[in-house]
Write a protein that binds this ligand. Sequence first.
Ligand code: OAD
Length: 229
Amino acid sequence: MKNIVVLTGAGISAESGINTFRDADGLWEGHDVMEVASPQGFAKDKTLVLEFYNQRRRQLLEVEPNKAHFALAKLEENHHVQIITQNVDDLHERAGSTNVLHLHGELFKAQSTKDSSLVYTWKKDITLNDKCPLGSQLRPFIVWFGEDVPMITKAQELCEQADILVIIGTSMQVYPAAGLIDFVKLNTPMVYIDPKPAPIYGKSNLSVLSKTAVEAESDILNIVNLATK
Ligand code: OAD
């Protein structure tokens, strides 16, 4: 039984119908990132930001996990699998993965703007009338640009314990998430699955599969052989 740590990004959910951020049809198109994904943007125009995430949340109610999400869940039959996802969707959980750490928050949660420890399950729109019990506006439970990533230390510790690191569908451009690959042990095999993989330098144990996540379904199921061959 291996301890497999899997870092996922928007690409794994692309074939479920959720746009990635930096591909041509990315979510940010038509939106300045700082307008919809920063505390300053929220302070400037709460309605715009709430509506942006309300649309994402409504879409998430319509889509389903794909074969790559299910393959990762199936790996748990024989291995310990820890997902570290940058995604705010719940498609890993719906596919059956039981150890999922969300680095950048979760769309189906809302958070108090007064006390960040007050977090609520939230599947409908967040409106200007939605307040936490302390009376402050609720916001999407999303880590915005410029904000701390509270789960990063835990994610680093998990990477240190990995026997194999699998990276799926991320442009490796956003830190600190992209820096997690430096926390695995020196000889830990890494497999990076992405149709347009970002260049990663200085990792002698890295195999790259230029495939979509769904195309790589059988590679995911066979990841231990692939990583250790
Ligand atoms: P990006 O949009 O930056 O990168 C998506 C990656 O998915 C690219 O490398 C694509 O080549 C790849 N891709 C596209 N289609 C794919 C498919 N069918 N199968 C597999 N891979 C595919 O998304 P992330 O790297 O996840 O943060 O972006 C990181 C963070 O930037 C996000 O979590 C988000 C954003 O700002 C927050 O919201 C805080």
